[in-house]
Design a protein around this ligand. Structure first.
Ligand code: FES
Length: 387
C-alpha cells in the first residue's frame, strides 16, 4: 500500500449483489467479493492455507468459508474466525458511486499467518540404514471383542515372524484397530487441495491413520499387505486406506516429489471364493502408481474356488497348509532380497524423478495466484476447520 488509490470498476451494484460470494479477477488479482446484510466486502481470493479460491466458497454468517478445507475469514475485515483472528487475508476498500461498485487495489492490508509447526510426517524422507524393516498391514475387518481367525492376517504374521528370524525389524498395523476417516475427496476439488500430509491428518488430531503413513513412507523397506477377498475385491478397509494414500501419489503431480523410493510391496490374498487375479491386479496397479517396486512373484494367495461355501474348511485348510506357510516365508524372503539389492544400488532418499503422465505440471491461474501470494505448503493443525 503506497498511499495512492488505484480504483477499478467492478460492475453494477444490482448485478454484483445477486451473489452472496463470488471470485473475481481484477487486473490479475483474485478477489473474494461478498454481499451480506446489504454490505459488500472484498478480500484476497487466495486462502492462507494452501491457496484455496475463497470466492468460490460460501458464506457462514459473516465468514467466508474456504471451499477446500473450510478455513474461515471475516467477509469484510479478512480476520480469521474467533480464536484465530490473526490468521488473516488481505482486504480491500470498496466504494459505491452512481450505482456501481469500485475497488481500490492499492488499499490492501497485509496477509498474516499464524505459525503452524509442520507435522512430523512432513519431514524429508531420510535414507534408511541398519536392519531391513518390514511393515505388515492387515486390512481385514473384524469385531475386536469377538475376534475370528483371519487367514490373510495369519499368513501375514507368519511372514513377519520369518522376517524377524532373518534379522529384519517388523511391525504390524491392523487397520481394524485404527479409527480413521474416509477420504473426503479434496483432490476432486483441485489437485492442490489434496495435501501431504493428508488434509484430514492435518486438521483432525484424532484421526489414526498417521502410524500407517509414518511406517509406510518413512520407516519400511518392505510392506506386506494382507487382504481377504470380499465380493471379488480387496477388503473395504484396504480401499479406505488407499483412498487416503492419494496424497502420497499426488505429491508427484503437484510438487514433483516422490515420497516412496525403493519401497518393496508384496501381497497376501485369501478368500473362500475366487477373484485372486482381479484383487492382485488392482492392488499392484495402485502400489505401482505411488512408486513402489515388487519382488519377482509379488503375491501369494489362496482360494478354494467359486463353489466353496464351507468356510470352516477354508480356515482349517489354511491353518494346516505347510505349503501356504512356506509360501509366506518365501514371499518375505524375495521381498527382503529385493529391498537389500535396492538399498545397495540406490539408497533410499528423495531423489527420484517423476515420470509418465505424472510428469505433467499443473498450469492453472489459481495456482499461479497462490504461488504469487506466497501461500505456504500444507502444515496446519488448525482446530475447527472441518465444517
Ligand atoms: S486452502 Fe483454504 S482451507 Fe485449505
Amino acid at each position: 500500500m503506497d498511499g495512492t488509490a488505484d480504483w477499478r470498476d467492478l460492475g453494477a451494484v444490482e448485478q454484483l449483489a445477486r451473489a452472496p460470494l463470488q471470485q473475481l479477477s481484477v487486473d490479475g488479482k483474485l478477489i473474494a467479493l461478498s454481499y451480506q446484510d446489504g454490505k459488500f466486502g472484498a478480500l484476497s481470493g487466495v486462502c492462507n492455507h494452501v491457496g484455496g479460491p475463497l470466492g468460490q466458497g460460501r458464506l457462514d454468517g459473516e465468514y467466508v468459508v474456504c471451499p477446500w478445507h473450510g478455513w474461515k475469514y471475516h467477509c469484510r475485515d479478512g480476520c480469521g474466525e474467533p480464536g484465530y483472528e490473526a490468521e488473516s487475508v488481505p482486504r480491500y476498500l470498496l466504494k459505491i458511486e452512481s450505482g456501481r461498485v469500485s475497488i481500490d487495489l492499492n488499499s490492501v492490508t497485509r496477509r498474516h499467518r499464524l505459525p503452524h509447526p509442520p507435522l512430523p510426517l512432513a519431514r524429508p524422507v531420510a535414507d534408511r540404514d541398519g536392519p531391513l524393516r518390514v511393515l505388515g498391514i492387515s486390512t481385514t475387518s473384524m469385531n475386536k471383542r469377538n475376534p475370528r481367525y483371519s487367514t490373510s492376517e495369519a499368513l501375514l504374521i507368519e511372514a513377519l515372524h520369518h522376517a524377524e528370524a532373518a534379522g529384519a525389524e517388523t511391525q504390524l498395523q491392523r487397520l481394524t484397530e485404527l479409527k480413521f476417516r474416509a477420504c473426503e475427496g479434496y483432490y476432486s476439488k483441485s489437485a492442490r487441495a489434496c495435501t501431504w500430509p493428508c488434509s484430514i491428518t492435518q486438521m483432525d488430531e484424532h484421526d489414526q491413520l498417521t502410524p500407517v503413513y509414518e511406517a509406510f513412507v518413512h520407516w519400511a523397506d518392505v510392506v506386506l499387505v494382507a487382504t481377504p477377498i470380499r465380493w471379488g475385491a480387496a477388503s473395504s478397509l484396504y480401499y479406505k486406506m488407499v483412498e487416503r494414500m492419494n496424497c502420497i501419489q499426488n505429491q508427484i503431480t503437484i510438487a514433483n516429489r516422490v515420497l516412496l523410493r525403493n519401497k518393496v510391496v508384496a501381497l497376501i490374498i485369501t478368500g473362500g471364493q475366487d477373484g485372486i487375479q482381479a484383487v492382485a491386479g488392482q492392488m499392484l496397479g495402485f502400489f505401482a502408481e505411488v512408486g513402489c517396486v515388487f519382488p519377482q512373484f509379488p503375491y501369494i494367495a489362496h482360494s478354494r474356488g467359486w463353489s466353496a461355501e464351507d468356510m470352516e474348511q477354508n480356515v482349517r485348510f489354511v491353518q494346516e497348509s505347510d505349503e501356504l506357510r512356506a509360501g509366506a516365508h518365501q514371499l518375505v524372503e524375495r521381498s527382503l532380497a529385493t529391498a537389500a539389492a535396492l538399498r545397495l544400488a540406490n539408497g533410499t532418499g528423495e531423489r527420484v524423478q517423476r515420470g509418465g503422465r505424472k510428469a505433467d505440471g499443473l498450469e492453472t491461474k489459481d495456482s499461479d495466484q497462490a504461488a504469487a501470494a506466497g501461500v505456504a505448503p500444507p502444515r496446519d493443525n488448525h482446530a475447527g476447520v472441518i465444517p
